[in-house]
Design a protein around this ligand. Structure first.
Ligand SMILES: [Zn+2]
Length: 262
């Protein structure tokens, strides 16, 4: 009888502690958590920033079959501000630099999966260099659910520039893109991902609502609007898919359990 009582107490304690633990987890995971992926090139080469087509296809397949819903930077901004209810598993798919293969290789795959994406382009390169997008391609993609935002005018290292040049890099790219695209351009990705508080201040001053870095992490209510985290996805010694799962799930679950605090 005593044995049964001890067992019952033990079971009850276990149930109660699990309940408390579950409550703690919910508390930590409260508020939107947004996965922002950062791609560059989608092509079948060994270039360090490129992802083979089949892998990109498998990644989009993984995201859609695991309930991820693609969102735009504007939706992210409204979601973090509490003005919009984000999907349960939001993902913001971003590409930096605006390579020509984004149109030729990534766009058809994105369309097939009904995924939206955002491309940060360098206006001085558009239609100028062969391996970058043209304005015609950009406009066609814009009609097909792709959002275009600024990656500055020339992709210079901003921290090496004087203030007036930082300002013109940020402002001119914004103005040209707005003219070409016929819509407001209010989001920025820092070239090479580097930024500091001073550059962020200028970005805010010239009219950007937020800016993206290459700081590794998942965006949540604790994130700085001018230093948003992203998860880089690139080719690493042929282990792309393993890296992909680890990068998007491993880190996220760590954060959910409060083991990593930014
Ligand atoms: Zn770049």
């Amino acid at each position: 009888m005593k044995k049964i009582f001890i067992s019952l107490t033990l079971i009850l304690t276990l149930i109660l502690s699990q309940k408390i633990f579950a409550q703690n987890v919910t508390e930590i995971a409260e508020g939107p958590k947004v996965l922002i992926l950062n791609y560059h090139q989608i092509q079948n080469t060994s270039a360090s920033l490129s992802i083979p087509l089949a892998d990109f296809d498998a990644q989009m397949n993984y995201l859609t079959s695991h309930g991820y819903v693609s969102i735009t930077p504007e939706e992210l901004y409204s979601g973090l501000n509490g003005q919009l209810e984000l999907p349960k598993k939001p993902v913001l798919i971003t590409f930096d630099d605006g390579y020509a293969d984004n149109y030729k290789n990534a766009f058809p795959i994105l369309r097939r999966y009904g995924m939206r994406a955002t491309i940060f382009v360098i206006p001085a390169f558009v239609g100028v260099y062969n391996n970058y997008l043209t304005w015609e391609e950009i406009l066609e993609m814009q009609d097909g659910g792709i959002t275009f935002e600024s990656h500055t005018m020339h992709h210079y290292k901003l921290e090496e520039l004087p203030d007036d040049e930082i300002r013109s890099e940020l402002l001119n790219s914004k103005t040209i893109l707005e003219e070409k695209l016929g819509r407001p351009v209010e989001f920025l990705a820092y070239p090479t991902g580097t930024y500091n508080l001073h550059i962020a201040g200028i970005a805010k001053e010239v009219g950007y609502k937020s800016a993206f870095t290459i700081k590794y992490g998942v965006v949540d209510l604790g994130s700085n609007f001018y230093a948003l985290e992203r998860v880089p996805i690139f080719n690493s010694a042929g282990h792309t898919m393993k890296d992909f799962y680890e990068r998007i799930d491993y880190r996220q679950s760590f954060e959910e359990f409060g083991w990593i605090k930014k």
